[in-house]
Design a protein around this ligand. Structure first.
Ligand code: SAH
Length: 309
């Protein structure tokens, strides 16, 4: 231990469905001695970590503040400088609104090797989950991904310029500011009738989609109370959803099923349930073990044998 330089794998965990992790991402979790993970990362991915790996949660928890970026950077630096193999697991893609660039920079500064393992980003995966392709040869030949986080003086997005510059606009971190964002896009010259949708927990069994127009969407979302994580999609492509929606059409969509089978059998059933849209919660309550006293069983088997032959 500590004889070779450590490494940090900055791994994209995908939009929330554990099966949307890349093969390389899984390999990194398996090899890591330390896994540092965020709030939007599916806890199911931690099953790939080795028994001895240290698992460190750095997201926001109830009653506790999230670890600051400075603290996270320090953590990555310390472990890797001690020679550890660290998997930094981040939601979606690590280089899309994930501060992955800042973390990699800290490692570059101290000469720690790192690798970027891209992930399936919610920018495209959440709309896709709702049946909305961000481009379509017939109606959309461009899209932009922007943050809706800072709709105040600190806002760096040029909504005016953006509004009509691309066909599809995908806004992340925007649900809280939805009415301001929609207004900014309309002020920029986009018609109030432009189709718009909000996709909450897209590409997962918990997905919820609301569709409307730029002028109606904020009110709709407000009345239903959809919150983060969600993407806001603006553009004619939203209309394709009427025909292409698929996750929310699955027969068991919207149900949560507790799989209590023994661990060795649970995966098979859970997989089948997930394929038809259910959220399968694995909670093995049954275990097959040899009897403490084998005598009655031996006798029964013995009797059955004798009776048969
Ligand atoms: N790096 C991530 C984005 C991190 S910012 C990525 O590439 O996806 C966090 C924001 O991502 C959330 O506020 C939300 O806008 C969006 N997001 C992440 N997962 C999502 C999901 N499953 N459905 C909808 N939005 C999601």
């Amino acid at each position: 231990m500590g004889d070779v330089a450590g490494i940090v794998w900055l791994v994209g965990a995908g939009p929330g469905d554990p099966k949307l992790l890349t093969l390389r991402g899984r390999e990194c979790i398996e090899r890591a001695e330390v896994v540092v993970y965020d709030r939007l990362v599916s806890p199911a991915l931690l099953q790939y970590a080795s028994q001895d790996a240290e698992l460190i949660y750095v997201g926001k928890a109830v009653g506790r503040e999230a670890m600051t970026q400075v603290e996270i950077n320090a953590l990555l630096r310390q472990f890797s400088l001690r020679g550890k193999k660290v998997c930094r697991l981040k939601g979606g893609d690590p280089f899309v609104f994930g501060r992955g660039g800042e973390e990699a920079e800290v490692l570059a500064d101290v000469g720690v090797p790192f690798e970027i393992v891209p992930g399936v980003t919610s920018v495209t995966a959440a709309p896709a989950g709702a049946g909305i392709p961000v481009t379509d040869r017939r109606i959309a030949s461009s899209f932009a991904a922007v943050t809706g986080h800072g709709m105040d003086d600190t806002d760096k997005v040029q909504w005016d310029a953006l509004a009509t510059a691309v066909d599809t606009i995908v806004v992340l971190m925007g649900v809280e500011n939805l009415s301001k964002i929609a207004a900014a896009i309309m002020d920029g010259g986009r018609s109030p009738d432009t189709p718009a949708a909000v996709v909450h927990w897209g590409a997962t069994p918990r997905q919820k989609t609301l569709a409307g127009t730029l002028s109606t969407i904020a009110e709709k979302v407000h009345s239903v109370g959809l919150n983060a994580p969600a993407v806001f999609v603006v553009g004619d492509v939203v209309n394709l959803r009427a025909k292409l929606q698929w996750i929310e059409e699955k027969p068991l969509f919207g149900t949560r099923v507790l799989v209590t089978r023994a661990e060795s059998q649970a995966e098979d059933l859970a997989g089948k349930l997930e394929a038809v849209g259910a959220e399968a919660v694995r909670l093995p309550l049954i275990k097959t073990v040899p009897p403490e006293n084998p005598k009655p069983l031996d006798e029964a088997v013995g009797r059955a044998c004798c009776g048969g032959c």
